[in-house]
Ligand binder design. Sequence first.
Ligand code: NAD
Length: 321
Amino acid sequence: MTIVPESAIAELISAEAAFDAVEATFGAMARGDAYNFPVIREAIGHADALYGFKSGFDRAGLHLGLKSGGYWPGNDAKGLTNHQSTVFLFDADTGRARAVVGGNLLTALRTAAASAVSIRHLARRDAKVLGMIGAGHQSAFQMRAAAAQRDFEKVIGWNFHPEMLSRLEETAAELGLPFEGVELDQLGAEADVIITITSSFAPTLLDAHVRPGTHLACMGTDTVGKQEVEAAILARATVFTDEVAQSVTLGEAQHAVKAGLIDEADVQKIGDVINGDHPGRTTDEEITLFDGTGVGLQDLAVAAAAVEIAIERGIATEVAF
Ligand code: NAD
């Protein structure tokens, strides 16, 4: 069995490698070659922790396994990350344990890769301004992965907690892009691509803010009740997602479906666009919206890539198991 610790992930997996793994996974899901098993998430009644599993099988990539993880709010005080994840991979032919892989950085990389995949396939080619809503841990990863997809000339951002905007400014500087903190109406008026990555439970971006031609990647809503954008936007947009069942129950689309503005059949699989089975954006005026809910297969794909690279470079730790 191979062990790849959290500390090794940064040097093993680039944003590009994560992009390729996630794009292939979404394609396999849309072809019916890969599926996610039901998610388990429990409040365990200890340390205020939420703990659970995301798992699945990709018959094309032969990725079988699970991500075990959750949220421990007291970790910060102990100098640890509140979100803790570990990926376990199994041999699809024998069921034997194949690898244990640190999953914290991989989670950020695979989430950023998902919105980047949506931008590559759905944003207008001439997109120049990237709008960021959210300035938490994930936002920097999101901005870096997005910046690789179009020739952005500028990043503008808004955050519920304005004091956190410095993270966006620093990340933009790292990318050699100017950054400006703006109000939401200016963000909607100027941005060609908007990423939302917040833990909000009420809409931040309103329908009136969004102009024709915009691509939105809504990445924060991964739980029943969370919401980042007004449901009316989804009625105006062509809506795409990683997994339709999650999108309409716990993703951004849950609210538009509940309000009767769209139904499940209106939500398209991003994998169909990747596979050439859906045209994606068809006009420059169309609003496209990717509802990125996050699936276990993304975790398995990036973890398997990390294992493969670690073995190739001869730095994987092998244990008899
Ligand atoms: P974080 O705690 O570091 O940052 C939270 C962000 O949400 C900050 O920008 C904060 O200002 C903002 N926020 C907090 N309360 C708000 C409110 N009431 N209204 C508007 N904004 C508010 O979190 P993070 O690690 O950056 O994750 C952000 C979100 O992304 C979380 O909801 C997380 O569950 C979700 N997430 C989704 C996926 C996926 O695959 N879709 C993967 C990882 C994380």
